[in-house]
Design a protein around this ligand. Structure first.
Ligand code: NAP
Length: 376
C-alpha cells in the first residue's frame, strides 16, 4: 500500500502502552513487549529525532495514557495489556495518525471512530506474528482439559493421592469430535496440529470454506451453522475475532446448544463469551471445563468469575493470564513487525503489508472487522 503524505522527516511523538516487566524484563531482555524493553525501538526512534513515551498506566480518566495521547502522532498498544482506544480518547488525540497493535486483534480500538478521527487514521497490527504461539496454546489447553491435568496437579501439590478422583474426568483426545469457530490463520493451524491425535472428526464453522484440497489435506469438514457444529463437538475452540457479531456470542442460549459435558477453549477474546453464563454452565455441569487466556476487561479483576469457576464434579479450569500470543518467540516477531510498520510510516513510503492494515485511508481494510461492523 503506497500513499505518501509528504510529512516524512518531521519529528513525531510515539506513545506506547505496554505491560510492566519489572525484574523479569531485566532478567530476560527478549521480553520486548514490556514498558522496560519498549519493543526495542527507543534508540532507533531517538536517533532519528523522534520521541518515545512508554507507560502501562492506562485506566481511569487521569491515566498517563490519557494525558500523553493528546499530542501523540503514533500510539502503540498491545492486546496483552490493552490501552482501550475509545471514541472519547480518539477525540482527544488531535495529532494522531497511526495506531499500531503490537500483536494481533485491534478490537480494543474503536474502529468506527478511528475511521473518522483526524480525517481517518491508520490502524495496523502485526498479522501472523503469534498465530503459531496461540495454536500451540490451544492444543495444550485442549489436552490439559481433556486429560484433567489441573485438578490432578493441584491434588499432588496438596499432598493428596486419589487416582479415581483424578481419573473420573480424564479422557483420551483420540476419538473425540473437535470443532473450531473460525478457520483463519490460528483456527487452521489448530486443526493441522490436531491431525496427529486421531480425533473422530475435525469440524469448523467459518463464513468462508477452505478449499476442497485443504479440507482433504487437514481431514476436516465445514458445518453450515455454528449451532449444528456445537451440538456435535466434545471440544470447541474459539478462534474468531471480536467484533459486533461475536461480542457475547457464547451466551447461555448458545452454550445450551453445546454437548453436555463438553469443553470450551477461548484464546480469541474474553468478550466473545458471557463470563457469567460460562460460569453457570460449569456450575451446572453442562460444561466439563473451560480454558484459555483471554478476559474482559484486562487485567482481569481479582474477583473475575472465570478465575475460579469450575464444574463441581471435578472438571478443570485451565485459565491463565493473556499470554499465549506473547511467548518470547512471538514478542521478537511482533516487535519486529511493529518496527516495520513504524518504518513504513516514518519513511513516508507507506509501504505497509496489506494484511497488517485494519483501517486505512478512512475505511476498513479487512473483512472481519469491516464489512461485518459497517455493512451488516
Ligand atoms: P484471521 O486469520 O483474520 O482469522 C479470523 C477468521 O475468523 C477469518 O476466517 C474470519 O472470516 C473468521 N470469522 C470472523 N467472524 C466470524 C464468525 N462470527 N464466525 C466464524 N468465523 C468468523 O485471524 P487469526 O490470526 O486467526 O486470529 C483470530 C483472533 O485470535 C484474533 O482476531 C484475536 O482476537 C485472537 N488472537 C489472540 C491471541 C492471544 O494471545 N490469545 C493472539 C493472536 C490472536 P472472514 O475473514 O470472512 O471475516
Amino acid at each position: 500500500m503506497h500513499q505518501s503524505h509528504g510529512q516524512e522527516r518531521v519529528p513525531v511523538k510515539v506513545l506506547a502502552v505496554l505491560y510492566d516487566g519489572g525484574i523479569h524484563a531485566e532478567q530476560v531482555p527478549e521480553l520486548l513487549g514490556t514498558t522496560e524493553n519498549e519493543l526495542g525501538i527507543r534508540k532507533w526512534l531517538e536517533d532519528q529525532g523522534h520521541t518515545l513515551v512508554t507507560t502501562s498506566d492506562k485506566d481511569g480518566e487521569n491515566s498517563t495514557f490519557d494525558k500523553e495521547l493528546v499530542d501523540a502522532d503514533i500510539i502503540i498498544t498491545t492486546p496483552f495489556h490493552p490501552g482501550y482506544l475509545t471514541a472519547e480518547r480518539l477525540a482527544k488525540a488531535k495529532k494522531l495518525k497511526l495506531a499500531i497493535t503490537a500483536g494481533i486483534g485491534s478490537d480494543h480500538v474503536d474502529l468506527d471512530a478511528a475511521n473518522k478521527t483526524n480525517g481517518g487514521i491508520t490502524v495496523a497490527e502485526v498479522t501472523g506474528s503469534n498465530v503459531v504461539s496461540v495454536a500451540e496454546h490451544v492444543i495444550m489447553t485442549i489436552l490439559v482439559l481433556v486429560r484433567n491435568f489441573v485438578p490432578a496437579h493441584e491434588m499432588v501439590e496438596q499432598g493428596r493421592w486419589d487416582v479415581a478422583e483424578a481419573a473420573k474426568n480424564e479422557f483420551d483426545l483420540e476419538g473425540k469430535v473437535v470443532g473450531t469457530v473460525a478457520v483463519g490463520r490460528i483456527g487452521e493451524r489448530v486443526l493441522r496440529r490436531l491431525r496427529a491425535f486421531d480425533c473422530k472428526e475435525l469440524l469448523y464453522y467459518d463464513y468462508q470454506p477452505l478449499s476442497a484440497e485443504k479440507e482433504k489435506e487437514i481431514g476436516c469438514r465445514r458445518v453450515d451453522t455454528l449451532e449444528e457444529m456445537l451440538a456435535q463437538c466434545d471440544v470447541v475452540t474459539i478462534n474468531c475475532p471480536l467484533h459486533e457479531k461475536t461480542r457475547g456470542l457464547f451466551n447461555k442460549d448458545l452454550i445450551a446448544k453445546m454437548k453436555p459435558g463438553s469443553w470450551l477453549v477461548n484464546t480469541a477474546r474474553g468478550a466473545i463469551v458471557v463470563k457469567e453464563d460460562v460460569a453457570a454452565a460449569l456450575k451446572s455441569g453442562h460444561l466439563r471445563g473451560y480454558g484459555g487466556d483471554v478476559w474482559f476487561p484486562q487485567p482481569a479483576p481479582a474477583d473475575h468469575v472465570l478465575r475460579t469457576a469450575k464444574n463441581p464434579f471435578g472438571g478443570g479450569n485451565a485459565m491463565v493470564p493473556h499470554m499465549s500470543g506473547t511467548s518470547i518467540d512471538a514478542q521478537i516477531r511482533y516487535a519486529a513487525g511493529t518496527k516495520a510498520i513504524l518504518e513504513s510510516y516514518l519513511s513516508g513510503k507507506r509501504d505497509y503489508r496489506p494484511e497488517d492494515l485494519i483501517v486505512y485511508a478512512g475505511d476498513y481494510a479487512t473483512r472481519s472487522y469491516g464489512e461485518r461492523v459497517v455493512k451488516n
